[in-house]
Ligand binder design. Structure first.
Ligand code: HEM
Length: 122
């Protein structure tokens, strides 16, 4: 099946309010937990807690809870897609930022034509 990609903006609209569905993002995956919240058996950490995070990225609190593999397995059925590349956590962006800075340094170095006498160039 083809993976669907969503923006954070789209996720934010599904905040569970006024009849909206309830979506959450955990580790770049988007989950529609509307049906999970309507189950007879409440979420062991409380439905309220999930509702608080509706429409948001909640990897941190999800991980902090130390969910079991059973819990993670159960969660899979609610996955509807993934966060689009541009909206993912900054890791890659930071890296590319560093690469850009490095490229700039290199350029500066190359632009010096008297590297033998210039104390700033290596
Ligand atoms: C579909 C999504 C989710 C499922 C299926 C799920 C399932 C579970 C299950 C089965 C437990 C019991 C302990 C375990 O087996 O690990 C649990 C506990 C817990 N969950 Fe979730 N969870 C979901 C989403 C979340 C989210 C988004 C948060 C936080 C923002 C959260 C916070 C917690 C907390 C704090 C506990 C611990 C409760 C305690 O220790 O008393 N859960 N969850």
């Amino acid at each position: 099946m083809e993976t669907k990609f969503y923006s954070l903006e789209e996720v934010a609209k599904n905040d569970g309010k006024g009849g909206n569905r309830t979506w959450i993002v955990v580790k770049d995956s988007v989950y529609d937990v509307t049906d999970y919240l309507q189950q007879e058996e409440e979420h062991p950490g409380g439905n309220e807690l999930i509702i608080e995070w509706a429409g948001k990225e909640c990897t941190r609190p999800f991980d902090d809870a130390g969910h079991s593999s059973e819990a993670k397995k159960e969660m899979k059925q609610y996955k509807i897609g993934e966060l689009r590349e541009e909206d993912r956590k900054q890791k890659q962006q930071k890296k590319s930022g560093d690469a850009a800075a490095q490229a700039k340094n290199k350029e500066n170095r190359r632009s010096c034509c008297s590297y033998l006498t210039c104390g700033l160039c290596d």
